[in-house]
Design a protein around this ligand. Structure first.
Ligand code: ATP
Ligand code: MG
Length: 308
């Protein structure tokens, strides 16, 4: 093992003839917020259910806290899960929902624990409102409180911001960051990379059941390359001028009128100036940064489009 508190190797899940997760390898280190990004049907929930002990893998291995899980399922008890549906009782209050859970866990000192959890997720323990009248954001925070019952070491949140409005998203995001500050390791899935990027420190892209890429936050941002897009009347005339006067070597000719410059030592105005001074007219010049979403789409398209 390598300091990872979760390590999966060659994890595979097959439903009849359909392989939904294929030979997934990954390591998650304590204190990380590990983001799992994938389109609908990519296999995110299936992978998380296997890591959380809700579903048996067809093959492959799971190591939790430095131990091979094998037949010993006790390690799964150290994981708090919110996967797909929080499974709330709609006609009960938040407190009552948590109390039912606490009873099933056999927790002592239930009231203290429940009130602490409610406070942590920003809900009011004395509020008698039935959960069916809660906003989506409140329900989701209650779902997180349920996942936190039993003081897990790892929290697994499957698409926790799905269906939330901006206010709800911001509340859940804040809560995730706060929990992480206490040292909790968090695994969170999403199909929106941009959103994930606001919390995650590491990213795995899951596509058609395969992990096609794992990046640290820094690596991901680097990949969302910065470039200057230059549109001129004739690209072939512009190139020698840029090479000679600005020492630009890192560029790509996109068409006979468009150039992408990747050199970061130059500014737009320097390019415009030198081209115009040397008789090349510049139609437009723009600094471009690829969004995370564009990168994610590009990356998954490169692996092949949806199989359905
Ligand atoms: N119990 C099951 N039996 C058969 N097929 C299943 C089962 N659970 C999931 N699948 C299939 O496995 C694939 C991956 O499903 P999964 O729910 O893991 O994807 P996901 O990435 O979580 O998708 P979403 O973003 O829609 O939640 C889908 O094609 C789904 O239909
Ligand atoms: Mg899912």
């Amino acid at each position: 093992m390598t300091g990872a508190i979760i390590e999966i190797s060659q994890l595979t899940k097959q439903f009849k003839s359909k392989e939904v997760v294929h030979k997934a390898d990954l390591k998650i280190v304590k204190g990380e917020i590990f983001g799992l990004i994938g389109q609908n049907g990519a296999g995110k929930s299936t992978l998380l259910k296997m890591i959380g002990g809700l579903m048996y893998p067809s093959s492959g291995e799971i190591h939790l806290f430095d131990h091979a899980v094998g037949e010993n399922h006790a390690y799964f008890e150290r994981m708090g899960l919110l996967i797909e549906d929080p499974g709330l009782f709609p006609h009960y209050s938040a407190y009552e929902n948590l109390d039912l859970m606490a009873i099933s866990y056999g927790l002592k000192d239930r009231s203290k624990h429940i009130n602490e959890l409610l406070k942590l997720v920003g809900l009011d323990g004395s509020n008698k409102t039935k959960v069916k009248n809660y906003s989506m954001g409140m329900k989701q925070r209650l779902g997180i409180a349920i996942a936190l019952m039993g003081s897990p070491d790892v929290l697994i949140l499957d698409e926790p911001i799905n269906g939330l409005d901006p206010q709800g998203i911001s509340e859940v995001r804040k809560l995730i960051l706060e929990l992480n500050k206490t040292g909790m390791t968090i695994i969170i899935s999403s199909h929106i990379l941009e959103e994930l990027s606001k919390v995650a420190t590491k990213y795995a892209i899951l596509h058609h059941g395969e992990i096609i890429e794992i990046n640290s936050k820094e690596e991901l941002l680097l990949k969302c390359e910065v470039r200057i897009e230059v549109e001129v009347d004739k690209a072939s005339l512009a190139i020698p001028i840029l090479e000679e006067h600005l020492n630009i070597n890192n560029y790509k000719v996109i068409s006979d009128r468009t150039l992408y410059v990747y050199d970061t030592h130059v500014e737009n105005h320097q390019i415009t100036k030198v081209l115009v001074e040397n008789g090349v007219s510049v139609q437009s010049i723009m600094k471009h940064k690829q969004s995370l979403e564009q990168y994610f789409l590009k990356r998954t398209r490169a692996e092949g489009d949806s199989h359905d």
